[in-house]
Design a protein around this ligand. Sequence first.
Ligand code: MBD
Ligand code: FE
Length: 307
Amino acid sequence: MREKLLHTAQVKALINKVAGFEMPEGNPRLKKIIERVVTDLMRTIEDFDVSPTEFWAAASYLEKVGQSHEMGLLVPGLGIEHFLDLRLDQEEREAGLTGGTPRTIEGPLYIEGAPLSKGEARLDQDPETGEVLFMDGQVKDSHGNPVPGAIVDVWHANTAGWYSHFDPSQTPFNLRRRIETDADGKYKFRSMLPKGYGVPPDGPTNELLAAIGRHGKRPAHVHFFVSAPGYRKLTTQINIDGDEYLHDDFAFATRDELIPAITHHTDTAEIHARGLNEPFATITFDFTLHKEAADLPAAVVERAHAA
Ligand code: MBD
Ligand code: FE
């Protein structure tokens, strides 16, 4: 067995300097985190006998992830965004907060400032072929009382699996709306049933996933931020039941409570009553929000958004 360099005084001294421990300035917590990350990286290099050529391939890889703006894909793909959710869940549980609609990851494709309307909205503004979706529900507090004036901020992919803003073929804010709940805490919208998303096939996220035998597909889903004054902001998604990737999401966002029943309506009279000529789908889904309270982790996650 070769001696582990990491255990030598020389490398310990090196890491000590690297992390800034010898300087009075700087953030002490950050120094400890840098020490840990650098140590773990050196341990990985040593344990797996990573060659300099391999190491520089990894460094260029990360540079490419940044240049391709795919950090927001790599993070969920490696399960880290879901892990951050699990930690918030754990902190809330420890504070005695249970029940309510489960959170799940935001993902990288939210855009601020979608059109706001009261009670209802139509999300699809670009012409598409697919199945019309009517979704409705109620925002409630943990006692089941309606929360009027809540904002349901909803966004999803089109029938080809692409999101407006990131897909230049769609008009701004297509399939993105904010809906304020009515006096009964209710919201409803009309849209088109989305298709599942796949990471860009030629991008660095897919490159890594393929290299470890994985895919970059998500089941069809609809994203939500639900917020109301005095309540904890809920970041969540619903999945479209029946999708082949429902329990094989590259981003690990599926949760059993987030797969509402979907009804496909084929009755001609029902179709005509909706002013349609083709079968359509309906989903009803209620959101339960927790009251904001002291000693809870921040429910609002600050992160950079494309704009
Ligand atoms: C998405 O639509 C998404 O929601 C996530 C988490 C990652 C990539 C694309
Ligand atoms: Fe998404």
